[in-house]
Design a protein around this ligand. Structure first.
Ligand code: ADA
Length: 551
């Protein structure tokens, strides 16, 4: 399944899931797509390259577009032996277009590589695992010469009687001649429609902008997340030949008085969630994603942070449908200034931001963009890089607040950059001090920085526990100790009026890179309130009680 709704009614789309031929060194396998190769007993810890191939049967002459939702972590794509794409980053989608394909059998090959090397600034040994394989869905589309490349919907302002929104539609012409058509917009089950004549030069793309007022729409609210299908259709002489459907919600976000959704105060009761599930790794099957969303709701949470990378779009679709507010962030975790100076760092971060915003722009659930978790925000060169990335996000989207989770207590020099000051603090776990005192001191210091008077989020706090480990004396790693620490932390943070949200570290236990840090029993980050199989620890009930009580 590609999405939770059909993106095309006219364009032919084929999902390329199923078993692919895979070569690893001299060995041959038949491996499932989407999936991580670590599911295979011979590849449990494999790090390197694997070559995936699959025969493609094309019915009529034409142009093809392949869309990869995620290959981990570097992909080189070949069509009949010719390279058609190179992409870095497991967590962002990319496309490859092949022109003038003749009907018949063809070969699609994807060389996937999850090696760590200096070429890779973002995927590194870390407190999560960089898996290998074609880990998210792949599709093949038959692309007309003139096609709808993307739609961006920006909710501007309004209410249920009249809501203003901006729609930008990118139309691309991959043909050799200029092309004209009529571009028509419509909203499913709604009277709205708009159209423009388009004229796109050969080999170019044009963006057409519509500012519209929508009447009688339901707002997207966490408790009642109304969604609409917005369709862009291209036609010539009255005959439609291409389309793209996206799903939108009417809602506004602003920070003028805490966190306001549609002008109403909402406290973000959140969790950090890694895309990881026991042996499924980062290729979390759809039914298990849906289970995660159901568990989040059961816990009384209304928000999730996609630590520390953009997520599978089906998870975002689920958040849209379930009214879960999302902080989505670019890919980076705890990168030192040395890594930030890697010659590939800037480009790899920028590509990740561009692809995340290009493809995830329309999700009403995404209410915050995040950047550079726990990187060197205490260093002047680091600051330049933070500033550059803030500018990049704001160039692409001014409708959502931007933030970075920092752990540079008392030394951060970037707090003037974000819209929200977000702090990762592990009082009661990594530090033994009094939780309230540590937070009060931190807040007093923040008031002396560029972050003064900005809304605050506790972006990470928590404690570790091994599922099933109990002891009368509640020692470290017991479920009892974790539940007690989380209770104390939550009681402080949930009651601070300057705080607009709390994101518990974390939802579920997650595999980490072996040897990354010795302080990780089971080679997992086990601060989850559920384990890697989603079995609840004692802390589950503790959080549920407090989150459900908090208004
Ligand atoms: C950091 C980091 C997380 C995780 C956490 C922990 O705050 O952002 O990815 O590593 O610490 O468990 O220590």
């Amino acid at each position: 399944m590609l999405r939770l709704f059909k993106e095309h009614e006219i364009r032919t789309v084929t999902e390329l899931d199923g078993l692919w031929d895979v070569t690893v060194g001299r060995k041959q396998y038949r491996l499932p797509v989407p999936a991580v190769w670590e599911q295979h007993p011979e590849l449990l810890n494999y790090r390197g390259q694997a070559v995936y191939t699959r025969e493609i049967n094309v019915k009529t002459d034409g142009h093809l577009r392949f869309f990869f939702e995620g290959v981990s972590h570097t992909a080189d794509v070949y069509f009949d032996g010719e390279k058609i794409a190179h992409h870095y980053n497991a967590y962002t989608p990319f496309e490859a277009v092949v022109k003038n394909v003749t009907a018949g059998k063809h070969m699609l090959k994807v060389a996937a590589d999850n090696s760590f090397s200096e070429a890779s600034a973002l995927h590194r040994e870390n407190d999560y695992y960089s898996y290998g394989g074609i880990t998210r869905p792949v599709s093949m589309e038959i692309l007309p010469e003139l096609s709808v490349e993307n739609i961006h919907f920006t909710p501007l302002s309004g209410n249920e009687e009249a809501f203003r929104g901006r729609i930008e539609v990118k139309v691309r012409n991959i043909g050799d001649a200029d092309a004209k058509a009529v571009l028509k917009l419509s909203l499913t089950d709604h009277a709205f429609s708009a159209e423009k004549r388009v004229n796109v030069q050969a080999g170019c793309a044009e963006t057409y902008v519509f500012e519209e007022s929508f009447t009688d729409v339901k707002l997207w609210r966490p408790e009642d997340p109304a969604l609409y299908l917005l369709k862009a259709e291209l036609s010539k002489n009255g005959k439609a030949f291409d389309d793209l459907v996206t799903r939108i919600g009417f809602r506004t976000v602003d920070l003028s008085d805490g966190f306001l959704l549609n002008g109403e105060k909402v406290f973000l009761k959140g969790f950090n969630r890694h895309e990881d599930y026991a042996i499924n790794g980062c290729a979390v099957p759809f039914n298990l994603m849906a289970q995660d969303v159901a568990l989040l709701r059961d816990l009384g949470a209304n928000a999730v942070r996609t630590c520390h990378y953009p997520n599978d779009e089906r998870f975002l679709d689920l958040c849209d449908e379930n009214g879960i507010l999302v902080w989505e962030e670019n890919h980076a975790r705890g990168l030192s200034i040395e890594v930030m100076k890697n010659p590939n760092f800037d480009r790899q971060c920028e590509d990740c931001i561009d692809e995340m915003i290009e493809y995830h722009y329309n999700h009403p659930s995404i209410v915050i963009w995040g950047l550079l978790n726990e990187c060197a925000s205490d260093d002047p060169v680091g600051r330049e890089k933070y500033a550059k990335q803030y500018a990049e996000v704001r160039k692409l989207d001014l409708s959502r607040p931007v933030t970075s989770a920092t752990c540079r207590h008392y030394t951060d020099i970037c707090l003037d950059l974000p819209d929200i000051v977000s702090v990762n603090i592990y009082s009661g776990w990594y530090s033994a001090g009094d939780i309230k005192e540590e937070w009060d001191n931190e807040c007093a210091w923040i008031q002396t920085t560029g972050g003064k008077d900005k809304p605050r989020i506790l972006s990470e706090f928590g404690a570790g526990a091994i599922y099933g480990y109990h002891a009368m004396n509640h020692v470290k790693w017991t479920e009892e100790a974790q539940a007690e620490i989380l209770e104390k932390q939550l009681k402080v943070y949930l009651n601070d009026p300057t705080v607009i949200g709390t994101f518990i570290w974390m939802f579920a236990d997650t595999r980490i890179t072996e040897g990354w840090w010795q302080n990780r029993p089971k080679t997992e980050n086990n601060k989850g309130v559920v384990d890697e199989f989603r079995r609840p620890k004692l802390a589950y009930q503790t959080v549920k009680k407090l989150y459900r009580k908090k208004k």
